[in-house]
Write a protein that binds this ligand. Structure first.
Ligand code: MTE
Length: 309
């Protein structure tokens, strides 16, 4: 396959929407991010919002407020009540943190948080479309996952990537509910994981990630339903067979492996044709691949998207 520089794969709008990693808060260097993780820098939400004024995605939609992004969350390890996650997550320990990367790779490695922050961090403004048919626009900070995967050198037999969330029932009350097959697991095909849009996020709104949004490190795959974007990752494994995600294990007829945003494939219990953008009145039509069709459609040329939902 011909190699194309990632700058040509990503639309200009995405690059234009990245803010310089500077700013009044001064919290965007790796060192400052680390300091903030240690509880150093606190920037009031009003200041963050002022700095983000006018920020939009490449389609012109404004970013959601810091308040909305950090108080309306899906994080079943804490609770199934979206408005209750932030409070229950308040005492979760994110430091120290280790992310183990292994499996079918030549150079397995354990990354500390400081190693992850040593990758050049960039801002990416992405739409997040939950399978429950609501959405937000979020300014993430992070780096493309392919940069980390390239370092560990996937072997030719590696076909998929499996991700696992931390398992700490003593700090995550939802993990005491044995109905769910914890830990939370997700997966991508290797080519999806290597796509330049696929981000390992370490921050949002120019600040370190809040616990409720997946601190200290989470995945963001903007063309897929939000449940693929697994939070608080401790393990990434390169494997040769399709991983079974937590949602596939629980309800395989409702949640498939691919989970590409698709207005034409209805969820068995509701339509996916439209969505509620948090902060807006009414509904807006859902876009194929969440609006990232041009960049990702080539990944699925040989796939029946109705069967592989
Ligand atoms: N990751 C873990 N570990 N546990 C979860 O419950 N929920 C997913 C995803 N990642 C979830 C998770 C779902 S359903 C969505 S929509 C997004 O996180 C929500 O991300 P946000 O709370 O940052 O908006």
């Amino acid at each position: 396959m011909q190699k194309i520089p990632s700058s040509e794969l990503t639309p200009e709008g995405l690059y234009l929407s990245r803010r310089a990693l500077l700013g009044a808060a001064g919290a965007l260097s790796a060192a400052a991010l680390l300091a903030a993780c240690g509880g150093g820098t606190y920037v009031p939400p009003e200041v963050l919002e002022q700095e983000a004024a006018g920020l939009t995605d490449e389609l012109g939609a404004p970013v959601n407020s810091f308040e909305a992004i950090t108080t309306y969350n899906n994080y079943y390890e804490f609770t199934t009540n979206k408005q209750g996650v932030a409070r229950l997550a308040a005492n979760f320990q994110t430091s120290p943190w280790e992310l183990e990367v292994g499996g079918l790779v030549n150079k397995p490695r354990v990354f500390g948080l400081e190693d992850l922050l040593a990758f050049e961090q960039e801002e990416r403004i992405y739409r997040l479309r939950c399978v429950e048919a609501w959405s937000m626009v979020i300014p993430w900070l992070g780096f493309p996952l392919h940069r980390l995967l390239t370092l560990v050198e996937p072997r030719p037999e590696a076909k998929y990537v499996r991700f696992e969330t931390v398992y700490r029932p003593e700090e995550m009350p939802g993990q005491k509910d044995r109905f769910y097959p914890w830990p939370y697991v997700e997966g991508l095909r290797l080519d999806e994981a290597m796509h330049d849009l696929t981000l390992l996020a370490t921050g949002l709104y120019g600040q370190p990630l809040t616990v409720q949004n997946g601190a200290p490190v989470r995945l963001v795959v903007p063309w897929k339903y939000g449940f693929k974007s697994i939070k608080a990752i401790v393990k990434i494994e390169l494997v040769d067979t399709m991983p079974t995600s937590l949602w596939m294990a629980l309800a395989p007829n409702e949640y498939g492996f691919y989970a590409n945003v698709n207005p034409d494939v209805t969820h068995p219990r509701w339509s996916q044709a439209s969505e509620r953008r948090i902060g807006e009145q009414g509904r807006r039509p859902t876009l194929m691949f969440n609006g990232y069709e041009d960049q990702v459609v080539a990944l699925y040329q040989d796939l029946d998207l109705r069967v592989n939902y």
